[in-house]
Design a protein around this ligand. Structure first.
Ligand code: ZN
Length: 275
């Protein structure tokens, strides 16, 4: 396909377009053709420009707080021109509580003030370019890892009091830990006990004591996902997947990425297709 064509527009009356100009330039740097409508466009003018310029996607920016009325009006104006197939994404100063409403009104995705232009560019590429790999949302919490001093000492709480079933206990020597898996619906609780002084779990226990150590999300396309996270500037502990328990491929994000929470991404064998 040729270059992705993007219309960047600012509906409404707010008079600041520095953000829109920065976004336009960032998307151009990603090889896209960007048409910027300028300030104070009506929803009808924006829809008209999108049709005339034959764009692949519309990016709406709002700082004025009028996004709740103006963004849906752009969706309506596109429908009136039989152009509902042009996806619309929104961004700017948009409080989290408005996002479900905007999605319901037909905005494809809302980028908030913390979003990077890298994340916007890679989203647009995934949306428009059929060659671009689609990264689906994580499908579930694969497990919650809990650091303990001694698995045998705590196991009865999980099995007797909570009634969970022990699925297996295995030593992961590369991590210097013993792991007990307790199944809970589609997910698991993993009790992690250090078996070596050098284990990261040992350091965690020394520093913080027993407790939740990490949350693991089940994903597909782990390698591609890591390189995308890296390009978006998300700090990673593992830039490449490594082999975890049950032959899964895993990688950890740096806790700096998520308010001090350690996230693990894991991809299990059965989700890797016919490799
Ligand atoms: Zn884990």
């Amino acid at each position: 396909m040729g270059k992705i064509r993007v219309l960047i527009a600012k509906p409404g009356l707010d008079g600041h377009d520095r953000g829109a100009l920065v976004i336009s330039q960032a998307l151009r740097d990603h090889g896209m053709e960007v048409i910027y409508t300028g300030l104070r466009q009506t929803p009808a003018q924006i829809a008209q420009a999108a049709v005339q310029e034959d764009v692949d996607v519309i990016g709406l920016s709002s700082l004025s707080g009028a996004h709740k009325s103006l963004f849906p009006k752009v969706i309506d104006a596109l429908a009136e021109r039989n152009a509902s197939d042009i996806p619309v994404v929104g961004g700017g100063v948009i409080p989290g509580e408005d996002i479900p409403f905007l999605l319901e009104k037909g905005i494809k995705k809302v980028f908030t003030s913390g979003s990077s232009t890298e994340a916007l560019a890679s989203y647009i590429k995934q949306l428009i370019d059929p060659k671009e790999k689609k990264l689906e949302s994580p499908t579930k919490i694969a497990h919650i890892g809990i650091a303990v001093n001694n698995i045998d000492e705590v196991l009865s709480f999980y099995t007797d009091s909570l009634g969970l079933k022990v699925e297996g206990v295995e030593e992961v020597s590369s991590e210097g830990v013993k792991v007990a898996f307790l199944k809970i619906g589609e997910s698991r609780i993993e009790l992690l006990e250090p078996i070596e002084e050098t284990s990261a779990i040992k350091r965690f226990l020394d520093r913080k004591g027993e407790g939740i150590h990490h949350i693991a999300l089940e994903v597909d396309e782990l390698e591609e996902r890591l390189s995308r996270l890296k390009s978006e500037g998300i700090p990673l502990i593992n830039e490449e997947p490594k082999t975890g328990a049950h032959n899964s491929q895993v990688a950890f994000l740096h806790p700096k990425a998520a308010n001090g929470v350690l996230f693990e991404l894991c991809q299990h064998q059965e989700n890797r297709g016919a490799e």
